[in-house]
Design a protein. Structure first.
Length: 116
């Protein structure tokens, strides 16, 4: 299983970014996927989750209405569209599988920095 995140960048408050997570090594369309984020020195926190077909999504209260998770099963990719970014959104963002073959899998992360 391999997860590769991309799309992180430095953006001004109020700006937008789209993160991507390319998956391989498992049947992507059979599994829901999640995004998490982590600020240095703090625990990793849940951001968003999407069902296998994309029909069901869940969000942390802190991002609800600003972030949108989606997926393209033909491309084995899950996305996180982030709008109205705030400085407190600054973090390393990770995508995660549910438990597959006895463990969860994480990507290497992509840095999002929201600052002037």
């Amino acid at each position: 299983v391999q997860l590769v995140e991309s799309g992180g960048d430095l953006v001004q408050p109020g700006g937008s970014l789209r993160l991507s997570c390319a998956a391989s090594g498992f049947t992507f369309s059979n599994y829901g996927m999640s995004w998490y984020r982590q600020v240095s020195g703090k625990e990793r926190e849940f951001v968003a989750r999407i069902s296998t077909s994309g029909g069901i999504t869940n969000y942390a209260d802190s991002v609800k209405g600003r972030f949108t998770i989606s997926r393209d099963n033909a491309k084995n990719t899950v996305y996180l569209q982030m709008n109205s970014l705030k400085p407190e959104d600054t973090a390393v963002f990770y995508c995660k599988t549910p438990t597959i073959w006895g463990r969860d899998y994480w990507g290497q992360g992509t840095q999002v920095t929201v600052s002037f």
